[in-house]
Design a protein around this ligand. Structure first.
Ligand code: NAD
Length: 294
């Protein structure tokens, strides 16, 4: 039987109503919720992402302000901008678009964001709280993957879970979460010797690497839940030799879908839900700022 498709767009649409309701409630009782995005440089992909964020914010009733800076902005000046937003009670959330120019230490800039305004959940403080199982705000992509795992219906307690990729904002937080849910977790990465030997045992396989078609049918246990976080642009040729660009994940979807129990497509899986999780985090940030513990 072909795999059930875990549809990220449908999951995002389901989340939208409750987020809009939470935003409307907060706006009525405590004032508007506002996200400020900081974009350094004129990277077209960054600008496109910022515009799509603007659109999403308006959809759920969140105000959005894009602050653009020239590539020549110094680290001190950027940190001062972050300080200004941290101190402004009208700014609920701060999002710092990556990549930053080389002369700016990205980790230092992220660290500067108030953990209660760090709506991407990437500051060291928020990653640290995650370790204690009490995140103020958790990383959006990991949250999106978790939502889709929940929708798969898989019982995590006692399940064999394999996470391929160990980045700070995706692979590692997901491994930690699954560990806390009492799954037996294996973390695979670039130095893993025999990837398929591990992934073939997985009831739940999460892949966050950035290599198109890294995972094929030989890597997957029949009936497994497969969550593909990867986003890769590849060039394909049609029969007439015309080239075009296509977005694919890290999993060879067509080959794996007939074997898996449930699978996320790319595009249309983790990606669209990640943007909605950012909106949920902004609403959460507003609520948590009313009752700060730090
Ligand atoms: P990263 O680039 O920081 O790290 C990649 C990880 O993959 C590393 O831990 C590395 O050890 C591992 N790796 C590399 N080659 C490997 C191999 N051959 N076998 C096993 N492991 C290998 O990762 P990231 O920032 O988490 O991004 C991973 C992918 O997820 C990218 O395609 C990125 O575009 C995508 N992504 C998607 C979303 C979303 O919203 N859907 C968000 C963030 C990242």
């Amino acid at each position: 039987m072909p795999a059930r498709i875990l549809d990220g767009r449908a999951a995002a649409a389901d989340q939208r109503n409750s987020i809009s309701a939470a935003v409307a409630h907060h706006t009525t009782h405590h004032g508007p919720i506002r996200l400020c995005s900081l974009l350094v440089g004129s990277d077209e992909a960054g600008l496109l992402y910022a515009k799509s964020q603007h659109h999403r914010c308006l959809q759920v009733g969140i105000q959005h302000e894009l602050l653009q800076f020239d590539n020549s902005i110094g680290e001190r000046q950027l940190l001062a901008e972050i300080d200004r937003l941290n101190a402004n009670p009208l700014t609920t959330g701060i999002m710092l678009h990556m990549p930053l120019p080389e002369h700016i230490d990205a980790a230092r800039a992220q660290y500067r964001i108030d953990p209660y305004k760090d709506v991407e959940g990437v500051s060291p403080a928020n990653i640290g709280w995650l370790f204690y199982g009490e995140p103020i705000i958790a990383p959006c992509t990991a949250l999106a993957a978790i939502e889709l795992i929940k929708r798969s219906g898989l019982e995590l307690r006692g399940a064999e879970a394999v996470v391929v990729g160990q980045s700070r904002i995706v692979g590692r937080p997901l491994s930690l979460y699954l560990n806390m849910q009492m799954a037996t977790v294996t973390s695979c990465h670039i130095a893993t010797r025999d990837l398929a030997a591990h992934t073939r045992n997985a009831d739940l396989l999460i892949v966050a690497v950035g290599k198109p078609h890294l995972i094929g049918p030989d890597h997957v246990k029949p009936g497994a839940v497969v969550i593909d976080v990867g986003i890769n642009k590849i060039t394909i040729k049609d029969d007439a030799g015309n080239e075009s660009r296509k977005t694919v994940g890290d999993v060879d979807f067509d080959a794996v879908a007939p074997i898996a129990g449930a699978i996320t497509p790319v595009p249309g899986g983790v990606g669209p839900l990640t943007v909605m999780m950012l909106m949920r985090n902004v609403a959460e940030a507003a609520r948590k700022q009313l009752d700060r513990k730090l």
